[in-house]
Design a protein around this ligand. Sequence first.
Ligand SMILES: Cc1cc2nc3c(=O)[nH]c(=O)nc-3n(C[C@H](O)[C@H](O)[C@H](O)COP(=O)(O)OP(=O)(O)OC[C@H]3O[C@@H](n4cnc5c(N)ncnc54)[C@H](O)[C@@H]3O)c2cc1C
Length: 419
Amino acid sequence: MIGREDQVDVLIAGGGFAGLTLAIALRDALGSDFSITLADPTLGRSHADDERASAIVASVRRLFDALGIWQGVANEAQPILDMAVTDSRLDDAVRPTFLTFAGEVEPGEPFAHMIENRFLIGALEAKARDLSIELRATAVKSFSARSTEGESAREPANSLAIALADGSALATGLLVAADGARSSIRERAGIAVHGWNYSQSAIVINVNHERSHNGRAIEHFLPAGPFAILPLKGNRSSIVWTETAAEAERLVGLPDDAFHAELERRFKLHLGEITAVGARRVHPLGFFVARSFIAERIALVGDAAHLIHPIAGQGLNMGLKDVAALAEVIVDAARLGLDPGTQSVLERYQRWRRFDTMSMGFATDGLNRLFSNRSDVLRVVRDIGLGLVDRVPNLKQLLIREAAGLVGEVPKLMRGQSL
Ligand SMILES: Cc1cc2nc3c(=O)[nH]c(=O)nc-3n(C[C@H](O)[C@H](O)[C@H](O)COP(=O)(O)OP(=O)(O)OC[C@H]3O[C@@H](n4cnc5c(N)ncnc54)[C@H](O)[C@@H]3O)c2cc1C
């Protein structure tokens, strides 16, 4: 039997970027009267050896700023000051630049920053603890519908009974699945996904180089897929290197000298000598969008709702847009005394996010298909396209604002406003 003290307004499953940010946004707006529990078996583990980095676009930086998180990590973040795009065969002697973007969305506001995930996750976890959000280092195991007598926004007649992996139980009016691409909550809720696997994987590594990158990000479109050089603080860059799945496995298994030669073939020597540092990681790439972002008293956010190709570095940014929209919808409902887990509230969230996600998902999928191939005819066509975009400043500015998440129905937090 679940007692009154075990009823929480929202239970968030997953303490990655999406889950932690949602918990902080809700606590920030609604205070401690609105009870939030976040469960994740990996909570509290050290992230010191996680070398992955993410591109945080301007709208997401505004969200972190509005929640008081950015100030603590700003020194670790490298602004992307401009971007160059090339399109050539692997062994072409020169890689002509077809498109350049000077990267500001407003004067003095870069369109994106690169930051290592460990700094951001560390700051989010610390903030959640400061705000006394209840954090449980365990998984959500199962859930089922539960009826109680009487009804109020705080104790809805229908709620979900939740079993946690540590043997404890609780009830909630809203379960948020922020449990990543293999979401077991999505599966248990019977929500199918539309999508496919690419027969591509991304090799992710960090590289030290002799000379400064001057804040420039470079995307080399090569026949096997994009090879992105993304600037980190200091003379370092994060590489996201796409290959066919089998070739990626072969490359990461090479001895150091041979791996270095393959890296240099793609990176070239424009920043002087390079050295790969840390582990070589391989991520198989796929694409899906959940058929629904909601079920009864359940909302999906982040990778639980969608997974996209990293070609445009937008996966996490889309997940945080879900978070900002869901937080706004929940806060609006709670302030009106409504039950945030009801269908009408969740449908507002789904209308806001699902179509936008489909468009971004198909845009990144299309880009990948257009660029990851060996056709010389297609190369000519796309290079004419890139060259045309390069000559139209207003179009470039629009593309930058779109990539920065500042176009369309932008949630308040992503405009830098508090809820
Ligand atoms: C190669 C590559 C490069 C990328 N680069 C970028 C980039 O530059 N910019 C960008 O925006 N995005 C990028 N992405 C995408 C980005 O990394 C993801 O979108 C993001 O990490 C997803 O965050 P999340 O919080 O939704 O899920 P996750 O980070 O997967 O977190 C899910 C959490 O849920 C927990 N969990 C799982 N099951 C349960 C359960 N049953 N109960 C409780 N907890 C559970 C897990 O322990 C985990 O901590 C990249 C992706 C790849 C593969």
